[in-house]
Design a protein around this ligand. Structure first.
Ligand code: AHM
Ligand code: MG
Length: 334
């Protein structure tokens, strides 16, 4: 196999599509390097003393794990000095993080969920990092939270890493989706899947079924129909998977199709679901659409939602196009 590195791929894509200026390439390479560092820490596990709780809470009121905090620091430190960013924002920080004055500033904004799937850290199940890149508004002075509140359709790049049996990086810059595998001996990212495509139809769904009693009727209807199998209205048997790491569930869907759901429910009616729009749903929706799938909140395309708050939550239905359209239709009919 001829090995194509991440750098070579980015340079070639720029030549082809003129969509990855040097600053954006640097940004992506720096994020990828930070993911390598996180992967290394994850791989050490107990030997690196990285497991367990950090005994602090984030803005979502969730107890932070040591790896949540460490991964956040790794991403901040890696991205501060390069001159490619105006500011960063993270699931683990209440406020945005402007680039300190001692460094030059660039025109991009970076958002991330540094360690997705936190409940899986201590049990050695796949976890990951999710990131989203926006352009800072023109003539940006001191960056503010307002500058980040752009619809997902304005992302210029998005990606996720999975720290699993293999460490992989999945990336889009708006011209399809490619996957890179970390060569752990060489320390380099190697292109291993080009132009990933999600099958339009599927027989697999992902939802946390322990919340069944809290679901709203359109979700109950849809899951009941899938569970009715070949003799039900959908006329086929469905399989179910739930990893509790969105990165790993989405990666499976990118490879063999499926529909992933984290609906809003009646547990906390004021919350629009569990997942966060700006650094979880938007980057995943961008990737899924670029791979031919669909992503909605039950009512509208996730990428069309105008964010109102940095840490805003959103209901998520994403994956194989025909199934996402079906569950969205059930919501619209209700
Ligand atoms: P996190 O960013 O704090 O890890 O939370 C997000 C995760 C997703 O990766 C996953 O799909 C979901 O939360 C799992 O939720 P649940 O604990 O209800 O299974
Ligand atoms: Mg997360």
């Amino acid at each position: 196999m001829k090995r194509i590195s991440l750098t070579q791929h980015l340079v070639e894509e720029q030549r082809l599509n003129n969509n990855i200026p040097a600053e954006l390439r640097l940004l992506i390479e720096v994020v990828a390097r930070a993911c390598k560092t996180i992967s290394h820490a994850v791989g050490k596990g107990a030997l690196g003393e990285v497991l367990g709780s950090a005994d602090t809470e984030n803005i979502q009121g969730e107890v932070q794990k040591k790896l949540d905090v460490l991964s956040n620091e790794i991403l901040l430190e890696a991205n501060e000095w390069g001159g490619h960013l105006a500011a960063m924002a993270s699931e683990e920080m209440e406020h945005i993080h402007p680039i300190p004055n001692r460094y030059p500033k660039g025109e991009y904004l970076l958002l991330f969920d540094p360690l997705d799937g936190s409940s899986n850290i201590d049990v050695n199940v796949s976890i990951g990092t999710i990131f989203s890149v926006l352009k800072a508004p023109d003539g940006l002075g001191a960056p503010t939270e307002q500058d980040f509140l752009q619809a997902g359709s304005r992302q210029v790049a998005a990606g996720y890493a999975v720290y699993g049996p293999q460490t992989i990086l999945v990336l889009t810059t708006g011209h399809g989706v490619n996957c890179f595998t970390l060569d752990r001996e060489m320390g380099s990212w190697v292109l291993t899947q080009r132009g990933m495509q999600i099958p339009e139809d599927t027989k697999e769904f992902a939802i946390n079924a322990s919340n069944t009693r809290h679901w709203y009727p359109p979700v109950t209807r849809y899951v009941d129909e899938m569970q009715a199998g070949v003799t039900g209205p959908l006329k086929k048997d469905f399989n179910m998977r739930w990893i509790a790491s969105m990165v790993a569930d989405v990666h499976r869907i990118l490879n063999r199709g499926g529909v992933f759901m984290y609906p809003a429910d009646a547990r906390e009616p004021e919350k629009a679901g569990k997942l966060r729009l700006m650094y979880e749903a938007n980057p995943m929706a961008f990737i899924v659409e670029q791979a031919g799938g669909a992503a909605t909140n039950g009512q509208q395309r996730i990428l069309d939602i105008q964010p109102e708050k940095l840490h805003q939550r959103v209901a998520v239905f994403l994956g194989s196009k025909n199934e996402v359209e079906r569950v969205t239709k059930y919501h619209q009919e209700a």
